[in-house]
Design a protein around this ligand. Sequence first.
Ligand code: ATP
Ligand code: MG
Length: 215
Amino acid sequence: MGGTFDPIHNGHLVAGSEVAHRFGLDEVIFVPTGQPWQKTGRAGSTDGQQHSARDVSPAEDRYLMTVIATASNPRFSVSRVDIDREGNTYTVDTLRDLRRQLPDAELFFITGADALESILSWQDFDELFSLARFVGVSRPGYELSATHLAKHLRELPADTLRMLEIPALAISSTECRARAAAGQPVWYLVPDGVVQYIAKRGLYRSWPHPGPSVS
Ligand code: ATP
Ligand code: MG
């Protein structure tokens, strides 16, 4: 499961847990995206969104929060493949690297309803689907469908893309950042250790944009 994870929250964890249960997966690997280039991201990045470098917390903070959040689950792990590669993250690179590291594994790429379309709409379908099966999970506020993909989907082998209803958690990292910035609690939206890490590192205090410096 790829994501910016800025911060990782309980919606991500429920998605991973539910897909692992439903598909009988041995392991769920959370893959924080690399640090975007200064200007902008591009559609098709692992979380399907555009980011500029200054919007996103340092990769090491996002990585450590992901480690903290997943540490207690023996089936959850965290990969550095995207963080250790320079620049914007593209799903095809993530999957190529994981495939290289785990040549015998059957890979499933887990993504929320909002990110699914943009991930799949511009990249090379054939290559993506040769590397992994895709699982789109429901997310409150977004329709779980791949209507724009329909014409391609008809040509796809069965089982390359599955849609899954999961327990609804209306949580987003954007909302968590806004709450932290406003001094509102993020307890129970993110794991306890992540609440403490955010406070310890002073993350999101000036989110979304640091004010102009006064001289
Ligand atoms: P942001 O608000 O910064 O975009 P986010 O909450 O969307 O953050 P991401 O790191 O962008 O989190 O998402 C990583 C993956 O997790 C994406 O595939 C996204 O669709 C999925 N996801 C995020 N939140 C949920 C949720 N509450 N339920 C289901 N899937 C989710
Ligand atoms: Mg997102």
